[in-house]
Ligand binder design. Sequence first.
Ligand SMILES: Cc1cc2nc3c(=O)[nH]c(=O)nc-3n(C[C@H](O)[C@H](O)[C@H](O)COP(=O)(O)OP(=O)(O)OC[C@H]3O[C@@H](n4cnc5c(N)ncnc54)[C@H](O)[C@@H]3O)c2cc1C
Length: 370
Amino acid sequence: MEGLLTEKQRLWREQVAKFAQHQVFPEVEAMEQGQFPRALLAEMGRKGFLGIPIPATYQGLGADFTTYIIAIHELSKVSATIGVIVSVHTSVVTMPILAFGTNQQKTSYVPLLASGQKLGAFCLTEPTAGSDASSILLRAERADEYYVLNGTKIFITSGGEADLYLVFAVTDPASTKKNISAFIVEEDTPGFTIGKDEKKMGLHGSKTVTLHFDGVRIPKEQLLGEEGEGFHIAMSSLNAGRIGIAAQSLGIAEAAFNETVTYFKRNPAGLESTIRLGDMATKWEAAKLLVYQAASYKQANRPVTKEASMAKLFASKTAVEISTEAIHLLGMAGYTNRYNVERYFRDAKICEIYEGTSEIQRLVICKQLI
Ligand SMILES: Cc1cc2nc3c(=O)[nH]c(=O)nc-3n(C[C@H](O)[C@H](O)[C@H](O)COP(=O)(O)OP(=O)(O)OC[C@H]3O[C@@H](n4cnc5c(N)ncnc54)[C@H](O)[C@@H]3O)c2cc1C
């Protein structure tokens, strides 16, 4: 892995790791109690963490995609909550606005997002549309200079805390193809309200909420890309998103592995237990190679759909396996909150579900192969 990074990226990794230890770790307990890390995110915004791969002209750090993935990886070693908030905000909100936005949209929103003055949320899932995202029902009807949005989104990360919502809606129900469009919705738009806040097994510091759209009037200038381009925007954004979640998984896996090694150093165990570290280390290294390969493809503007899905599929499975094994090897201590492994275990599972379940990643990979 060291050989995969440039000197500059290695230094950046150390810098992020230090930030995570000194600034993020002290907030972990409050996040575990359900507190959204608002002050920490503001500080991260000031330091450039919320716009790492965004050009400096838009108030980003102007770094490459791998540098961004290093940050998600390192931050997630300490807090998977921070990992997902940063990944969603950057990969599937700021980057698509930069890629598909008009000049007006880019200059209005990207600097505010990249500097952390505004937080973004990505709104695709609905009560009847999870894995099959193309079956969304939220309607956007054109009325003069506006679109009027009616419907519901569920399980939206950072919902209620975010300032900008990238919302996918049906603009042409008569068409079976190209009927979805993307809209930028500001949090204070009349008719837009926050609903249920889900109680989750992990990621306690992140919000996961229902959003209601009741006659929400959006100026037509808030349409992102062309009418009918929404599904393409969502899917292409998810390529970057999945590499982000793969890096989040990698962080959780590495943290669980490191904690197990530390425990064994203090509490020597029998050979039968100790050699299981060999499997854990091998899986984690393999996951790392897939994640950083996908990041390098994305950075080089190469097609990355298959590689992003492979990285997410394998890294999320690795996070679940390693965190499960960590609890098992620590025995009763692992099942308590005296160690972090139980948190890693609770945080790992979602990586196999959001931004496409593992079955969906397999389907995506198959489609690319055949
Ligand atoms: C904590 C959390 C945060 C989230 N954040 C966001 C967010 O910010 N924005 C957003 O839009 N959504 C978000 N989601 C929603 C998430 O993306 C969906 O949960 C996910 O896409 C799966 O959809 P589903 O839950 O409806 O499962 P379903 O689609 O109902 O799937 C149930 C099971 O069936 C399997 N399955 C489904 N279809 C197939 C198939 N064709 N072939 C084989 N197996 C299949 C699935 O793999 C899964 O095992 C979040 C969810 C959670 C839990």
